[in-house]
Write a protein that binds this ligand. Structure first.
Ligand code: UDP
Ligand code: MG
Length: 334
């Protein structure tokens, strides 16, 4: 995929052409005007000490406070910053996805644009990744946010996500994370899914770890979120749960339950038939009859639903040529 600037010059080419830098740092920006100048230089300072070829990608997510112009000015002055300007405000996850899509680094690091994450932690994440992980997630051990409205819901959400996905990390919501690019190339983001990237990566077979990172109180501007996000996150969690459980074998799940329900319905039906014809009792008013009918109908519906899901999943995998497995490495004969 190629990205064009307004004058139709190709400004970037994505993964499919192969990564050409060591590192891309992706930052979603929505009304962070005051933070921007120090943010960009703090990132650059942190990365310079690693001697890697890097790019900073700031994605302006439809800001209305002048961030866009500031970003464009900084991008003009520096050669390590790519500013991607979205047409309107789409939300943090789409903004990050846009950045990931344009990134050409072998490793991709994401962080927030409000200086709550500390760019000085970037080298620490990179070192951890080098120990042989595919994803390193930051853990805001001393998080500087409101206790009741932010920390508590987040604690519950993290616990839930851990239980459902089986990935035991403490802080899904921390944006400061490092990924191997090939992993992100395979993933599609929707809703508030950016926080589930480690879980999605885990489903794809990635090696995941976490590392404590610094966290600062917001200096400028204000948080874009309130309690409402918690509910959206929980809804997304259902999606993830579904993906993890059913993605490649929906018929196994729905089919089995369908068969079970159908068979129980038939069994109850046989029992009622015997009662009617052998014991000559009236069964027309028995709740059991309704149960039998319900079980049979539900069974057939579950079965059909399984078949339809199977078709959908096949379309999903085959239309994108997504294999049902992921190879980590191939050794030996090229
Ligand atoms: N953000 C964005 N689009 C949005 C909302 C937020 O790009 O619609 C960015 C925002 O500029 C920041 C990051 O996402 O860089 C996290 O947002 P925020 O700091 O408000 O979240 P919090 O730290 O309060 O969870
Ligand atoms: Mg923040």
């Amino acid at each position: 995929m190629k990205y064009y600037s307004p004058d139709q010059q190709v400004i970037t080419e994505t993964h499919s052409q192969g990564a050409v830098l060591d590192l891309s740092i992706v930052v979603p920006i929505y009304n962070e005007a005051e933070s921007l100048p120090s943010l960009v230089s703090a990132i650059a300072n942190a990365v310079r000490e690693t001697n890697l070829d890097y790019e900073i990608i700031c994605v302006d997510d439809g800001s209305s406070d002048g961030s866009t112009q500031i970003l464009m000015n900084i991008a003009e002055q520096r050669n390590d910053l790519k500013a991607i300007i979205l047409r309107r405000n789409y939300g943090q996850t789409p903004a990050m996805a846009a950045g990931f899509e344009c990134a050409i680094g072998k490793v991709i690091i994401s962080l927030d644009g409000d200086l709550q994450n500390d760019p000085a932690d970037i080298p620490i994440l990179l070192a951890k990744l080098d120990e042989g992980y595919d994803v390193v997630s930051g853990w805001r051990q001393k998080r500087q946010d409101a206790a009741l409205t932010r920390l508590l819901p987040s604690k519950i959400a993290n616990w839930l996500i851990g239980r459902v996905t089986g990935v035991q990390i403490h802080d899904y919501g921390c944006s400061l994370k490092a990924y191997r690019a090939e992993l992100l190339a395979d993933m599609n983001l929707y809703g508030e899914l950016h926080r589930f990237l480690p879980a999605l990566a885990f489903i794809e077979g990635a090696r995941i770890t976490e590392i404590p990172v610094r966290h600062h109180a917001r200096q400028f501007g204000q948080s874009k979120y309130g309690l409402g996000r918690t509910f959206r996150v929980v809804m997304d969690l259902f999606t993830i749960f579904f993906m993890k459980k059913f993605l490649t074998r929906p018929m196994h799940v729905f089919g089995s339950w369908g068969m079970f329900s159908f068979a129980s319905g038939i069994a109850v039906g046989i029992y009622l038939t015997l009662v009617k014809f052998i014991f000559q009792q009236d069964i027309g008013s028995r709740p059991l009859l309704i149960l039998a009918v319900l079980l049979v109908v539900t069974g057939i519906q579950l079965f059909c639903f399984g078949l339809i899901s199977e078709l959908l999943m096949r379309t999903y995998h085959e239309s994108q040529r997504r294999p049902i497995y992921r190879i980590r490495d191939i050794y030996g004969r090229r």
